[in-house]
Design a protein around this ligand. Structure first.
Ligand SMILES: C[S@@+](CC[C@H](N)C(=O)[O-])C[C@H]1O[C@@H](n2cnc3c(N)ncnc32)[C@H](O)[C@@H]1O
Length: 405
């Protein structure tokens, strides 16, 4: 594809927003795509993918081109030139790209590819953490998988349609999607497309939700008529899945610390035709205490490092700090201790994260089970989902059962 000036300038401006003005990559990409209504789908794909690529490969490209942070505009052009040379684009005769040392770029690429932290473009501390927690062999495969582009996966809203019908509706819009064995409500797009612009999305026939994330609610074994608490509901990806599996029957109590997230969930619930959610902002422990021993099922989709979903959030590699991970682990144990009290005797709890680190996953569950608060629970099963094995996001989920007395 020929490189178009206004598309490349949009990429350069966007990198400045992300790296120098602290904005989130997904927000910046969304803004960039609104810039010119005349852009066709391949132009839009170029803008989005090039921004994500350069964010993902920041450390590698900066090292190859010899630039250092804080990046100025010229530095961004040099990183873009690395991207273009390595992807085999013919460089246009623009003054910003004059004198690009193509051969040297290819030579540095070969040389630096021997060193994992450059090849996989990760901060030293993430590389060290990955090796310490997963061992070199697993980590090497996992980080490589997490540097790939994520596929677009839909979760069919079975309150309104089914997989076959939605597949046919999307095909009419020239969006081809395939079913996925082992994931009964999932459809995977064969080619990336902006599904948010479809009528099917506006009508609530599906949500975009990674395949691994779609494993969490089925593990909790929710049934129509139950009282289910989604304790860290956020914008409600899993709350909506619960409602769908519960056929809108029973009660779902969705909680979070942040009202803004609950608002997003309300909008999504309306679109999905979901009527059985109650919303609670957790202001203090009273909200939780009122529900002690009252829920058939509790989901703790805990806040985490996100070191399972780097494919989707490549900028997290640069924003995440080791202190944040240490603090979030404390929160994980606190929420397990506190929210598990809402499970009634004989009820079930799922603890889940979108991290692949055992210290946020099985070790948290084991520490809980050893503690006083965990004495009434037993681990039924757990599942480590690695991106390198599943081809989808890295996730962890553990199913715990509360004994009857
Ligand atoms: C992994 S996200 C949840 C994603 C959501 N369940 C979904 O499927 O879309 C974790 C959520 O936990 C919330 N959170 C953080 N600390 C919390 C706490 N102490 N109690 C409840 N929620 C908390 C965050 O605001 C965030 O929305």
């Amino acid at each position: 594809m020929r490189l178009h000036r206004n598309l490349v300038f949009t990429v350069i401006d966007s990198l400045d927003f992300i790296f120098n003005q602290g904005e989130y990559a997904d927000k910046v990409v969304a803004k960039a795509l609104k810039k010119d209504k005349r852009w066709g789908s391949s132009d839009r794909r170029f803008v989005a993918e090039t921004i994500y690529d350069i964010v993902r490969w920041k450390r590698f490209y900066a090292e190859i081109s010899g630039v250092k942070e804080p990046f100025n505009r010229d530095n961004f052009w040099r990183m873009f030139a690395v991207w273009a040379v390595l992807r085999g684009h013919r460089l246009p005769e623009w003054k910003q790209l004059e004198g690009t040392p193509s051969r040297r770029i290819k030579g540095r690429f070969e040389e630096l590819s021997a060193i994992r932290k450059f090849r996989e473009s990760i901060p030293d501390w993430i590389d060290e953490t990955g090796v310490r927690e997963l061992g070199e062999v697993v980590w090497e495969k996992e980080i490589a998988a997490q540097n790939k582009q994520a596929e677009v996966v839909l979760r069919v809203n079975t309150l309104k349609t089914n997989v076959k019908k939605l597949q046919a509706i999307l095909a009419e819009q020239k969006i081809q999607a395939k079913t996925l064995k082992g994931y009964p409500d999932a459809l995977v797009l064969e080619e990336r497309a902006n599904v948010f612009l479809t009528d099917a999305f506006r009508e609530g026939l599906f949500e975009v939700q990674d395949a691994s994330s779609q494993l969490v609610v089925p593990l909790l074994d929710v049934q129509p008529g139950m009282r289910v608490v989604d304790a860290c509901a956020g914008a409600g990806g899993k709350t909506l899945h619960m409602a769908s599996l519960m056929q809108n029957k029973g009660q779902i109590i969705a909680m979070d610390l942040y009202e803004s997230k609950m608002k997003q969930l309300k909008t999504r619930a309306k679109r999905n035709g979901v009527f059985n959610i109650e919303y609670r902002i957790i202001e203090n422990n009273k909200t939780i205490k009122k529900l002690y021993d009252k829920a058939d099922r509790v989901l703790i989709d805990a806040p985490c490092s996100g070191l399972g979903v780097l494919r989707r959030n490549p900028d997290a590699k640069w924003k995440l700090q080791p202190e944040f991970v240490e603090n979030i682990k404390k929160t994980q144990q606190e929420v397990l201790q506190s929210y598990s009290k809402m499970v009634k005797p004989g009820g079930k709890l799922v603890y889940a994260t979108c991290s692949v680190l055992p210290s946020e996953n099985r070790e948290q569950v084991d520490a809980f089970l050893r503690s006083e608060g965990g004495k009434q629970f037993q681990l039924e099963k757990d599942r480590n989902v690695l991106a390198s094995v599943s081809g989808f996001d890295g996730f962890y989920m553990a199913l715990l059962h509360k004994k009857n007395s």
